[in-house]
Design a protein around this ligand. Structure first.
Ligand SMILES: NC(=O)c1ccc[n+]([C@@H]2O[C@H](COP(=O)([O-])OP(=O)(O)OC[C@H]3O[C@@H](n4cnc5c(N)ncnc54)[C@H](O)[C@@H]3O)[C@@H](O)[C@H]2O)c1
Length: 359
């Protein structure tokens, strides 16, 4: 039987040991929530030992008073329904996922069952047990498929940028998610994204879809197939060769610190809307190309970045992507990016230095 505190609001966070999930657990705990985490360390199955998140579980247990952990696979429908029924959370934040483009092609059933069906399991469990609880879902900019690559671009010395004034502030939520190549991962995330919107529009639940750019931070276990900035910094510190896949290394990503993502989730949970969609990333100010990322990491570590350039780009990879943050700021004026890019780099480098020495 669970011990439920009478006074505290209860938050159920899936993927609680992952990058975003763990940050959200810590954040919501500071905001007075009792935290219930769900994570079966599937990241170690998807990515091998380097993706292992057990260190993160230990951190949650050490830092969150009364943290309850559930080693449940989100594909286990009966388990999910039973858990949500028992906890009856006041807020659900769904971050558990198979998060990699490239990995998905090798494991399409695991990818779809986790990303699409696992999301449906939680939505339906919430509808039955706690339909008024804000439900925040982490989606991805990969739902736009490779359509952003059709925007006119200009080539600058170290990066690509949009050459169409309509996108001067980045990609807005109105951009089409249809009729483009998404990757198997992007398609399973589209299914979840639309289903979360539908539970908001059709059933009137307070759901929210966050389409992430590059979400990162010091607590990321970046690997080659997922978590580019964290992985790049790790390669630099360990003097490993980083592989650049096409686009002259000038491909652009917008990077947001996981704490800024958590801040937004708190803002939404405090004043939820129904069936909303937001593009959440670092925006133009926190964007960089791979070449620019090399230069920045070298500044923080003093080590030259070793890399190899491969002509072939990753399938469906964006050439230039940064999020238009104006809708988020209009709906939640108290929210803004608090960590500029250089600070994000500095924190990631600091964290890897400590973690790699300890390991
Ligand atoms: N990190 C990014 O750059 C980024 C960008 C865009 C979108 N997102 C989305 O944000 C969400 C969180 O991403 P993240 O970077 O924190 O990923 P992550 O891999 O660090 O965390 C996901 C967690 O979910 C757990 N998990 C996976 N499958 C599970 C299952 N079947 N049952 C129980 N637990 C399971 C994993 O063990 C892992 O700890 C994902 O939906 C991802 O698609 C991330």
């Amino acid at each position: 039987m669970l011990k439920l505190e009478e006074v505290a609001k209860r938050a159920l966070i899936t993927g609680s040991c992952g990058l975003i999930g763990s940050e959200v657990c810590l954040h919501l705990s500071k905001h007075g929530y009792q935290i219930f985490g769900v994570d079966n360390n599937e990241r170690a199955v998807f990515f091998g030992p380097e993706g292992d998140t057990r260190w993160s579980l230990e951190r949650l247990r050490a830092q969150i008073p009364g943290y309850s952990h559930f080693d449940i696979d989100i594909r286990n429908r009966a388990g999910v329904i039973g858990l949500v029924e028992e906890v009856r959370p006041d807020a659900i934040v769904h971050t558990a996922a198979q998060p990699s483009h490239d990995r998905a092609a090798a494991i399409p059933f695991d990818d779809f069952d986790t990303n699409a069906v696992g999301t449906l399991n939680f939505l339906e469990a919430a509808r039955r047990a706690c339909p008024e609880a804000p439900f925040v879902h982490m989606s991805t900019n990969k739902v736009y498929g490779d359509l952003p690559n059709t925007i006119a671009l200009r080539e600058l010395a170290t990066r690509w940028d949009y050459d169409d004034p309509a996108f001067a502030n980045g990609i807005p939520e109105t951009f089409s998610i249809d009729q483009s190549k998404h990757s198997i991962f992007g398609a399973s995330k589209v299914a979840a994204d639309v289903m979360v919107q539908e539970y908001g529009r059709y059933f009137g639940m307070p759901t929210c879809v966050l389409r992430g750019g590059c979400l990162t931070g010091p607590n990321h276990s970046g690997v080659e197939l997922h978590g580019f900035l964290s992985y790049l910094v790790r390669c630099n510190i360990e003097e490993r060769e980083y592989k650049v896949f096409g686009y002259k290394g000038k491909q652009v990503r917008d990077n947001i610190h996981s704490e800024d993502v958590a801040n937004f989730i708190v803002a939404f949970s405090d004043a939820p809307r129904r069936g909303e969609v937001y593009n959440i990333g670092g925006g133009k100010d926190n964007s960089c190309s791979i070449l620019e990322a090399f230069a920045l990491v070298e500044e923080f570590t003093g080590k030259r970045q070793k890399y190899v350039y491969l002509d072939q780009n990753r399938v469906g990879d964006h050439i230039c992507y940064y999020s238009d943050l104006r809708k988020m700021k209009a709906h939640y004026p108290g929210w803004s990016i608090t960590r500029p890019l250089r600070e994000v780099f500095s924190e990631i480098a600091g964290s890897w230095k400590t973690r790699l020495v300890v390991a």
